[in-house]
Design a protein around this ligand. Structure first.
Ligand code: PGA
Length: 256
């Protein structure tokens, strides 16, 4: 069975002190729920302190993006080399980075390969816009993003990759895809694309999350779907109670 993975994407929220306080409250409340992999992705500024505060808790730390070079004249950027030892995961290709920070399929691919080279585990975000969705292009867009992100990534690395299906129209809008619709894209498009690229055996082992307005109230519905292995959560991951309920709902839905 694929181990469910819930990752909280804190985006540009929480001061350093708030981040540390948060994980100090979260860790004891999640300590019994080890059947679900739990990840928090604070801002770069809080990574080191949050990683330190979570030592021994079993809760993993992720970064929200990364550059593809190890070092160089790239003002403002953080490299995969620098993230070693601070973060285990790194979100790559989030739609907000694609929309506002010039992230493209090409930079996503470069970041994925660089992260793997430095032992980081990419959480690759893909998803269609409302316009693309309404034009019936979801499968083509999402399948294309997956292929582009994984261009040149070999099968041995797929154990270290998580994919997050995040329809852009569902992020932070309160409009979420139904469990069934999300499952059909995740299984029918993303896992099918992975099967085409790497064979069905490998495709069946890759964890694929849903993201976009996931909350304690709808988590069970998503996690009850056979192809959905977790969630990438923004807003609801900013509250300790909600985060705990998300993980509980995942464990309950998967019967673990
Ligand atoms: P949301 O964000 O849960 O607030 O919709 C999800 C994301 O952007 O990863």
């Amino acid at each position: 069975m694929r181990t469910p993975i819930i990752a909280g994407n804190w985006k540009m929220f929480k001061l350093l002190s708030e981040s540390v306080t948060f994980v100090g409250e979260l860790a004891p409340r999640l300590s019994a729920l080890t059947s679900v992999e739990r990840v928090v992705c604070p801002t770069y500024l809080a990574l080191a302190s949050v990683a330190e505060a979570l030592k021994g808790s079993g809760i993993k730390v992720g970064a929200q993006s990364v550059h593809w070079e190890a070092q160089g004249a790239f003002t403002s950027q953080i490299s995969p080399w620098m993230l070693q030892g601070l973060a285990e995961y790194v979100i790559i290709g989030h739609s907000e980075c694609r929309a506002y920070l010039n992230e493209t399929d090409e930079t996503v691919n470069k970041k994925v390969k660089a992260s793997l080279a430095y032992g980081l585990k990419p959480i690759i975000a893909v998803g269609e816009s409302l316009q693309q969705n309404e034009a019936g292009q979801t499968q083509q867009i999402v399948g294309g993003q997956v292929r582009a992100a994984l261009n040149g990534v070999d099968a041995a690395n797929m154990a270290n990759i998580v994919i997050a299906y995040e329809p852009i129209w569902a992020i932070g809008t309160g409009k979420n895809a139904s469990g069934e619709v999300a499952n059909s894209i995740i299984g029918g498009t993303i896992r099918a694309t992975l099967a085409d690229l790497y064979g069905n055996d490998i495709a069946q082992t890759v964890r694929i999350q849903y993201g976009g307005s996931v909350k304690p109230e709808n988590m069970f519905e998503y996690m009850s779907q056979p192809d959905i292995d977790g969630a990438l959560v923004g807003g609801a991951s900013l509250k300790v109670n909600d985060f705990v309920q998300l993980v509980e709902a995942a464990a309950k839905a998967k019967g673990i």
